[in-house]
Design a protein around this ligand. Structure first.
Ligand code: PEP
Length: 250
């Protein structure tokens, strides 16, 4: 099996202030690091510059929460992947279920955003996941398989793409699937990627789990064979919780 660096990614969503960002980053900067574990913070776009400056001398990576498919132009309020690269980002989260729900983003939109991310030389974290109704109807693997097939672009490699499996019903709810359910979905995602991209790319590509990951469940989830890290919302807003999750990896 290919060696995959564990990615512990914090999605701050629309939560921050200048003071909160300073306090949180100060806390994260005390984390001594762990071999084989990469820490990433994704603040709201107005805080990317200041947070980027705070972590520039550290190993903590900077990421954004979305981007527009185009490189520039008349798109009021939007942010291009090239701008994110210019600000020092390494990653862009695309297709988070809250973007899909709040902004009607489709797999085609997410595909275009992931391509834009690649065009700018950044890595895309492509989010997929079923709703509770879809899980109850036994459609999880079909839904997630189709989302991956339609959202991940042809140019995906192990270096420029990460897939985050986030069951919609587990995000911010305190509920998580069982470890067997998580591993089942991750194995299915990897096998779909293998069919499309071949063994080398698929076995090198990182697959994150997201949805109510916290210090108390992180070790079990991160130990699963096809789980290569976490995409963490609520628990990424407290330095001690986020670093405890990073410590639970590997
Ligand atoms: C997320 O926002 O991607 C997420 C998984 O949130 P939470 O950890 O709060 O469930």
């Amino acid at each position: 099996m290919a060696e995959r660096t564990t990615l512990i990614a914090g999605n701050w969503k629309m939560n921050a202030s200048s003071e909160m960002a300073v306090n949180l980053i100060d806390g994260l900067l005390t984390w001594p690091g762990k071999p084989g574990v990469e820490m990433l913070v994704c603040p709201p776009s107005p805080y990317l510059g200041p947070v980027g400056a705070m972590i520039s001398e550290s190993d903590i990576r900077l990421g954004a929460q979305t981007c527009h498919p185009n490189a520039s132009g008349a798109h009021t309020g939007d942010v291009a992947a090239e701008m994110l690269a210019d600000l020092g980002c390494s990653y862009v989260i695309v297709g988070h279920s809250e973007r899909r729900a709040d902004h009607g983003e489709t797999d085609a939109d997410v595909h275009a955003q992931a391509e834009a991310t690649h065009r700018a030389g950044l890595s895309a974290i492509v989010c997929v996941g079923e709703t509770e109704a879809e899980r109850d109807a036994g459609k999880t693997l079909d839904i997630v398989g189709a989302q991956v097939a339609n959202s991940v672009p042809d140019g995906a490699t192990a270096e420029n793409t990460v897939v985050a499996y986030e069951p919609v019903w587990a995000i911010g709810t305190g509920r998580t699937p069982t470890s067997d359910q998580v591993q089942e979905v991750h194995a299915a995602i990897r096998s779909g990627l293998k069919e499309r991209f071949g063994d080398a790319i698929a076995s090198g590509m990182r697959l994150l789990y997201g949805g109510s990951m916290k210090p108390s469940n992180a070790a079990e989830l991160l130990a699963l064979a096809d789980v290569d890290g976490g995409l963490i919302g609520g628990a990424s807003l407290k330095a001690e919780d986020f670093t405890a999750i990073a410590d639970a990896a590997g």
